[in-house]
Design a protein around this ligand. Structure first.
Ligand SMILES: *Cc1c(COP(=O)(O)O)cnc(C)c1O
Length: 489
């Protein structure tokens, strides 16, 4: 067993290094726990006890003065803490936009953290930074962006969107920032509105454009809004469209919006945090058509921790004209080595606001190495087909209306009967009851005056059996809701 506080460290109180033996023991202790945990995920509940706040209150504690044994911490983590959660690693997790947590990324994090080289600057670890550069080049190629494109691996989609807004602002507004207006649909992810605020735009400068009956931004309404604002002396500079909205998975008409932006001289950012990686599945005709406008974007958010199955902590931004991103961020400092030759190499600190940062390129790189692109693409494609199969099955359930058929791998529906308020209540109850049964987890959302249940299939662990399980859960709970209604009336 691992005992922190071996006698040699007691003799040398400032020594924080562990012996080889100790490290091996710790790796074994951690390794056996995680292998057991991951191996039992399909048997674990999709949703744990998140309600016991007394338990959480009791967790507040002072920092320990003396070392605590790793074993006892692992015991508590795996037995007491980790299950108090939405089990976002579970194959039954189809709520929100599921993440993943592929194993190669975890290995990469361990390797990156233990070797701990400085990958904020090309000059300090050129070979390692090149791995991250390769990842960005692959993303660029996958998304059919031109060679001029550069990008950035971020902590998530929110930060990718933020960097895109700043880039568009710097390029198109400069000192006119107070007049700048940006356009989103009513279905935009809230992180975009927050990012706009961080970038200096008050909420009244973020114009919400109407959507059509399938929750997609209306290009005509967008054009009208821009015309109206120009007349008022404002300066439209940016449209943020979404390739896969969080509510219903809608893909905005990317091509039409790109056309309009080109005519108006406005930056077009596509938020593909959920949807961008579906662009890899070009063999699926519907996807090829729906996402055809994606490579025309001026910038694109991708979220490897959603659509590429990585564990949380990795988003990405691509900017079509990489020089514009560099113009925002590249600043020399007397204490830093010169930036790398930008024609040939990639220097992360010239393309984003971070200097010191985790080596997140390695987790993406190792994932792509260990699976190969084909397998990843096949898995993404499977999620598309599974969501379609599930939606077709749910549509057959008496008492259900599909509000949004899957465009990617997310669909939304409600429970019929009575007024809209009755339907909302029943749909809310459906989502709640499914959660309480703990076999699968789906979530709901408000879209206008409607509460919709939504199923999103994008965890790599969610396979056909789990999706069919989800359909059975919906069927079962809807039947009991309808029975209850019949008994009442
Ligand atoms: C998840 C999501 C975001 C935010 O990304 P984070 O990685 O959570 O920061 C933005 N837009 C859309 C459409 C999303 O689904």
């Amino acid at each position: 067993m691992v005992r922190v506080g071996d006698h040699e460290r007691v003799r040398d109180p400032a020594n924080l290094e562990f012996t080889k033996h100790q490290m091996q023991d710790m790796l074994e202790a951690v390794g056996s726990r995680i292998v057991e945990h991951v191996g039992s995920l399909s048997r674990q509940e999709a949703c744990g006890d998140n309600e016991d706040l007394d338990f959480v209150r009791a967790m507040k504690e002072p920092a320990p003065e003396a070392p605590v044994a790793l074993e006892s911490i692992l015991d508590r983590y795996f037995n007491e803490w980790v299950h108090r959660s939405f089990n976002s690693a579970s194959p039954g997790f189809m709520a929100y936009i599921p993440g993943g947590g592929v194993f190669p990324a975890a290995l990469a994090d361990l390797i990156a953290d233990t070797t701990n080289r400085y990958t904020g600057l090309f000059a300090s670890a050129p070979a390692l930074v090149q791995l991250e550069a390769n990842v960005l080049t692959w993303f660029r190629e996958w998304m059919d962006f031109p060679p001029s494109a550069r990008g950035l691996l971020t902590t998530g989609g929110s930060m990718a969107g933020f960097n895109a807004i700043v880039c568009a602002r710097e390029h198109l507004l400069g000192h006119r920032i107070s007049k700048g207006t940006l356009y989103v649909s009513s279905q935009v992810h809230h992180s975009v509105v927050r990012a706009a605020k961080l970038a200096g735009f008050q909420p009244e400068r973020v114009v919400s454009v109407a959507v059509d009956g399938r929750f997609r931004m209306c290009p005509d309404a967008l054009a009208r809004a821009m015309r109206r604002d120009r007349k008022r002396g404002l300066v439209p500079f940016l449209v943020v469209s979404t390739a896969g909205t969080t509510n219903t998975g809608a893909v905005d008409p990317l091509g039409a919006i790109a056309d309009l932006c080109a005519r108006e001289g406005v930056w077009h950012h596509v938020d593909g945090a959920y949807g961008a990686f579906f662009y890899l599945c070009r063999k699926v005709r519907a996807l090829r058509v729906r996402l055809a406008g994606l490579p025309r974007a001026d910038s694109l958010t991708l979220d490897p921790h959603k659509g590429l199955f990585l564990p949380y902590g990795t988003g990405a931004l691509l900017v079509r004209d990489g020089q514009l991103l560099r113009n925002v961020h590249a600043i020399a400092a007397g204490y830093l080595p010169a930036a790398a030759d930008q024609e040939e190499f990639y220097d992360p600190h010239c393309y984003g606001p971070d200097l010191t940062r985790s080596f997140r390129g390695l987790r993406v790189w190792l994932t792509i190495q260990m699976y190969g692109t084909k397998k990843l693409r096949t898995a993404i494609e499977e999620k598309y087909h599974l969501a379609h199969e599930a939606a077709a099955e749910v549509a057959k359930i008496p008492g259900i209306t599909i509000d949004a058929a899957p465009e990617l791998s997310l669909f939304a529906f409600h429970v019929d009967g009575g007024t809209v308020a009755d339907q909302n209540r029943a749909t809310l109850e459906l989502v709640r009851r499914i959660a309480r049964r703990k076999r699968v987890l789906i979530s709901g959302c408000w879209a206008g005056d409607r509460y919709l249940a939504r199923v999103c299939v994008v965890s790599f662990r969610t396979r056909r059996a789990h999706v069919l399980r989800c359909v059975r859960e919906v069927r079962h709970v809807v039947a009991s809701l309808v029975r209850r209604r019949v008994q009442r009336s």
